[in-house]
Write a protein that binds this ligand. Structure first.
Ligand code: S3P
Length: 165
């Protein structure tokens, strides 16, 4: 496992973007967020992409954006909640960096996902739990599971310890 790059994976509301920024600061590494890169590339928001072109289109752009990140080193990457559920993405991430699953119970994730329409897949709260259960076997393939119900500073320390910093 390469430790000069960290991918954060996990469900919506697990804190991937927040932890990525804090971890990148501590390491002095570049930080990238897959959703932000998708929005920058498309010049529109994630919900707007889902609404006009659908999830399949979004996943295609997500794969393309990810491909651009694969060769980079000394970088922390916050993925989207669905990124690591795709078998090809999963294999690519596992082969090119250290993959940490930020795990939170679904109740916790739901409480953290604002009902602001920014997450199209969370619009139907009842479906969220189903989606979470469906994705668990994917997340479980990460190199490590981190309890992300802990405060951000603690999660960062745990990650630093894990990669030997
Ligand atoms: C998604 C999660 C979102 C975003 C998109 C789809 C998912 O990212 O990529 O709305 O499939 O779980 P976050 O996990 O950062 O919310």
């Amino acid at each position: 496992m390469r430790t000069d790059k960290i991918y954060l994976v996990g469900f919506m509301g697990a804190g991937k973007s927040t932890v990525a920024r804090a971890l990148g600061n501590r390491l002095g590494w570049r930080v990238e967020d897959v959703d932000d890169l998708i929005e920058a590339r498309e010049h529109r928001s994630v919900p707007a992409i889902f609404a006009s072109d659908g999830e399949a289109y979004f996943r295609r752009i997500e794969r393309e954006v990810l491909a651009g990140l694969l060769p980079l080193r000394d970088i922390v990457v916050a993925t989207g909640g669905g990124t690591f559920a795709d078998p090809e993405n999963r294999a690519a991430l596992l082969a090119t960096g250290a993959v940490a699953w930020l795990d939170v119970p679904v109740s916790h994730a739901l409480a953290r996902i604002p009902a602001d329409g920014r997450r199209p897949l969370a619009a139907d709260r009842g479906r969220v739990e189903q989606l979470y259960l469906h994705r668990l076997p994917s997340y479980q393939q990460a190199h490590v599971r981190i309890d992300a119900t802990r405060p951000v500073d603690e999660v960062v320390e745990r990650l630093l310890e894990w990669i030997g910093y």
